[in-house]
Design a binder for this molecule. Structure first.
Ligand code: SAH
Length: 203
């Protein structure tokens, strides 16, 4: 699938209608999602690999991974209202994704690749931590994720502690329409990095 085609398909996966600030329900911009997913293709190959999307929201990353040939794909999301939207989006896109309503902290099935756009911890300090813990614990091969640029030291040190190798830390354009009432400007630009980490240790 061409990148422009993926961007188009991902744009059709809706953002949450009434996003909850406490859960940092911020959908991934389609371009950024495509960037992360194509990095996973380039570095891991997604065809036939199992993918887990932590904090799947309305399903952009999970649906995109399935469109690129990942199988099986599981999305874990705590908000059942978003899971309903995600299931409909997967069906419209014609892909099989299993969405599970659960807290990521309680999810324990290993996978080849973890993809995630977790809460950045801007609302609740350290809300991102259980996501990174789970990602390192469950990914047999790699983790592809977004994080605020502020979190670089935390993620790099967590990677070292987990024996994971940082493959890429790439700043991405992250320009969002106003999402929450506390956003006072019409558009919000965040300093966000895309991370690619290899969790699989060489034999
Ligand atoms: N991955 C989606 C949504 C990212 S926003 C996308 O790329 O568009 C982060 C998501 O994590 C939100 O949907 C939020 O409801 C969910 N979330 C927050 N805390 C969670 C937790 N502890 N367990 C599972 N999901 C959680």
């Amino acid at each position: 699938m061409r990148r422009s085609e993926l961007v188009r398909s991902l744009s059709r996966v809706p953002f949450p209608e009434d996003p909850r600030a406490d859960l940092e329900q911020v959908g991934t911009p389609a371009e950024a999602a495509a960037e992360l997913l194509f990095a996973a293709v380039r570095l891991d190959g997604l065809d036939g690999r199992s993918v887990l999307d932590l904090g799947a929201g309305t399903g952009r990353l999970a649906v995109g991974a399935a469109l690129l040939g990942a199988n099986p794909v599981v999305g874990v999301e705590v908000d059942p209202a978003l899971v309903r939207i995600a299931r409909a989006a997967a069906e419209r896109a014609g892909v099989a994704v299993k969405f599970v309503v659960a807290d990521v902290a309680a999810y324990d099935r290993p996978t080849d690749v973890v993809v995630m756009n977790p809460p950045f911890g801007a609302q609740r300090r350290h809300a991102d931590r259980p996501f990174w813990d789970r990602a390192f614990a469950l990914a047999r091969r790699s983790v592809h994720a977004f994080a605020l640029a502020d979190s670089r030291t935390f993620i790099a040190s967590r990677a070292v502690a987990r024996n994971a190798q940082v493959l890429e830390t790439q700043p991405v354009a992250w320009d969002l329409p106003r999402t929450f009432p506390h956003h006072t400007r019409r558009r919000v630009t965040l300093a966000v990095d895309r991370w690619a980490l290899r969790t699989e240790t060489a034999p």
